[in-house]
Design a binder for this molecule. Structure first.
Ligand code: IPE
Ligand code: MG
Length: 230
């Protein structure tokens, strides 16, 4: 969800105004995902690197998150949406951590859509954490190094601990064409879609356009397409 700051700057407004307007777009995109038959949606809301932004911006972002959780979790639950968060959540303000834990607990049984917020998330850290926890297991005799494979490795990532499949499609808004430390392990074969639209302007229709674009792609996973396999 990129481009809040530039969207606000274009309107000669403070960056935080862009975050407020961007926050309002989240429920539209959730709705569009459900209407498109998407079963899992992960939103990159705050990266590990975002901690380096000015303190007042960081504070404003977590105030927005807090009020989002206070306001929306009841609705998510009514809509049969399961909520979860991934990232280094221990760095989050305590109030946010508590609201997240409560939301995860309350929506645990829901299965219409799995909504994941990536918060204080960094993929390299996630991978290093996975290595560390595997290391500890080996040290305590719970795992033999010969047992490490793709599945074992992925099970130690916080993004995969609910058995979620790797993403089919990654959408980045605002015209930037980079990954920025997002789900590096999980996107090995994900289709990438870059939209020039700033996040606060990203509508349900823009989301559905990305889905249509995805549906026209041919995924080969390094193999050849069936029609030319002979
Ligand atoms: C939103 O957009 C992403 C968040 C970290 C919340 P940005 O704040 O990165 O907006 P730009 O890239 O400065 O326009
Ligand atoms: Mg940005």
């Amino acid at each position: 969800m990129d481009g809040n700051g530039r969207w606000a700057q274009e309107k000669s407004k403070p960056r935080v105004f862009g975050h407020q307007e961007g926050g309002k777009k989240v429920s539209d995109v959730i709705e569009a995902a459900i209407e498109s038959g998407v079963k899992a949606l992960t939103l990159y809301a705050f990266s590990e690197e975002n901690w380096g932004r000015p303190q007042h911006e960081v504070n404003a972002l977590f105030q927005l998150l807090t009020s989002y959780l206070e306001r929306e979790v009841l609705k998510l639950n009514r809509e049969n949406i399961r909520f979860r968060a991934i990232g280094n959540l221990k760095r989050l303000p305590e109030r946010c951590q508590n609201l997240i834990a409560k939301a995860e607990q309350e929506t645990l049984q829901n299965d219409r859509l799995i909504l994941t917020l990536a918060l204080s998330y960094g993929s390299r850290s996630e991978i290093v954490e996975s290595c560390r926890s595997i290391g500890f297991k080996i040290k305590s005799g719970l795992l033999d190094p010969s047992e490490i494979n793709h599945d074992v490795f992925a099970q130690h990532l916080y993004a995969n601990n609910d058995g979620l499949a790797d993403p089919d499609l990654l959408i980045r808004t605002s015209g930037e064409q980079r990954i920025s430390n997002f789900l590096l392990w999980q996107i090995a074969y994900t289709e990438l879609y870059f939209s020039p639209v700033f996040w606060p302007d990203f509508s349900k229709e823009h989301f559905k356009e990305a889905i249509r674009d995805y549906q026209n792609r041919q995924r080969r996973y390094g193999k050849v397409s069936e029609s030319i396999s002979t």
